[in-house]
Write a protein that binds this ligand. Structure first.
Ligand code: MV4
Length: 460
């Protein structure tokens, strides 16, 4: 049902998708902007088409140019990667109306999950735990305040059209409710053209744990375990791992069943992620569902041995899922290596004048970098993902330390030094992770984040 895949993306994920196409015996078409003529993703695809100038709005977000490229190349499937148009239901609809296969769930499912109020309603209907909150968007601050009083403070007001933290405000006390509600409404209107808000009990320092699912839309859905994604800064994940140190077999089975039930309730076809917040008492609560392949999918691949992108394409092509259930084996950790300053995280584009990658058992690099490449300033700053696997978490950490030491990227600032520091902290080694950890590490380096005890062997 698919012979040729148009990859509507760039960088490492476009390279990743092209490789999966090759493995499946499908032809791939890369698209590129004028800033990306010499990008690696253009070199690994079977065919290439220029779709416009450097700014994403005129290239990778230009749906008309992408559809034209698909038509011109004779592609019959479109893989969106992550970011850009990956979660735009309207684009998915245009792809299907052009007679092409959208490699992802239906536009209707994307629309439901893209509206956080509808997603919460769907989760509630599927008996998936949600935090106490408003069942629908609240009409005005008065209604919001009365719901907040029932829930108890602190509460969080969140944009229905949101995600990624925009249009979100913590409210500590009733006196502050109206003001915070109004600023969040304005922010959401400005960012999304939709000011609707809902209210939830606010969890302080939660863990972010997400379940990977695959569905074929033909009656089979499986979960592939969880990823721990708590190590982030300003809603940008920096390190992800699988499994989570706090998720045992029972909790995994429970959260996995919730994710599968939710996916089945919308006839989910493709790869998806159900995000949960975990509190300190082992409670878990639905947060959002992402209808795309995610940056951090490799940690799941490393512990379950499934090629998620290949499965995603196969299901898109109309095949039934061949996977019954999976077992997680060992432990995987991913570090996102960004072209950013390791302390301020300021973007740092530039030319890679020296590059050396680590090698060895259980080491994987997903990247589109090469020596001499001028890393462009126009798109996101992810340069590479360093993924390690070990039989258990301590071995994975030992391999990660060695791999980070072996890696050399010269010519621009990178987050490598952040990762080297993070893996040495006691909080990380003891897996005491939560969503405020990085902020605390950067603001109070003397407390819990001093280097580990020197008596601890570096490579157990
Ligand atoms: C929350 C929360 C605490 N309580 N909801 C962040 C982005 C958006 N997807 C939802 N987010 C959060 N929702 C309740 N009821 C804390 C966050 C949150 C967060 C979640 C996951 C990873 C990092 C985060 C950083 C700050 C806030």
């Amino acid at each position: 049902m698919i012979n040729k895949v148009l990859i509507a993306n760039r960088g490492e994920i476009a390279v990743r998708v092209a490789r999966a196409c090759k493995r499946l015996g499908l032809r791939s078409v890369a698209v590129y902007s004028l800033a990306d003529k010499s990008s690696e993703h253009v070199r690994v695809a079977d065919e290439v088409i220029c779709i416009g100038p450097a700014p994403a709005a005129q290239s990778y977000l230009n749906s008309a140019a992408l559809l034209e490229a698909a038509k011109h190349s004779g592609a019959d499937g479109v893989h969106p990667g992550y970011g850009f148009l990956a979660e735009r239901a309207d684009f998915a609809e245009q792809v299907e109306q052009a007679g092409l296969v959208w490699i992802g769930p239906s536009p209707e499912t994307m629309r439901t999950m893209g509206d956080k109020v509808a997603a919460r309603r769907t989760a509630t209907a599927a008996n998936v735990p949600v935090l106490p909150g408003s069942p629908e968007a609240v009409a005005d601050p008065v209604e919001g305040e009365s719901i907040a009083a029932e829930i108890g403070y602190p509460v969080l007001v969140k944009a229905a059209a949101g995600g990624g933290g925009r249009g979100m405000r913590v409210v500590e006390t009733p006196e502050r409710f109206r003001e915070r509600f109004e600023t969040a409404t304005e922010e959401a209107r400005l960012a999304f053209g939709d000011g609707r808000l809902y209210v939830e009990r606010y969890l302080q320092r939660p863990r972010h744990v997400e379940i990977q699912i695959l569905g074929d839309g033909k009656g089979r859905t499986v979960h592939l375990g969880e990823r721990e994604c708590s190590i982030q800064r300003r809603h940008q994940k920096l390190v992800e791992e699988a499994p989570s140190a706090v998720v045992g077999e029972t909790l995994r089975a429970e959260m996995g069943a919730c994710a599968v039930t939710l996916a089945e309730s919308v006839g989910y076809a493709g790869a998806g992620t159900v995000e949960f917040l975990l509190d300190e008492d082992g409670g878990y609560y639905f947060m959002e569902m992402n209808t795309r392949i995610q940056v951090e999918h490799p940690v799941t691949e490393m512990v379950v041995g499934v090629d998620l992108v290949a499965e995603q394409i196969a299901v898109g092509a109309g095949e039934r899922l061949a996977i019954d259930s999976v077992e997680m084996r060992g432990h995987a950790i991913e570090c996102r290596i960004n072209a950013e300053h390791p302390e301020t995280f300021r973007p740092s584009p530039g030319t890679i004048n020296h590059l050396r990658w680590p090698t060895g058992p259980g080491v994987r690099i997903d990247t589109a970098l090469y020596e001499g490449y001028a890393f462009p300033p126009f798109y996101d700053s992810l340069m590479a993902k360093l993924i390690v696997w070990g039989i258990d978490r301590p071995q994975a950490i030992a391999r990660l330390e060695r791999a980070l030491d072996q890696t050399k990227i010269e010519g621009l600032d990178t987050t490598l030094d952040f990762h080297r520091r993070l893996v040495g902290t006691r909080a990380f080694r003891e897996a005491r992770l939560h969503t405020s950890l990085v902020d605390e590490m950067l603001s109070e380096p003397e407390t819990d984040f001093r280097a580990r005890d020197q008596s601890e062997p570096a490579n157990p």
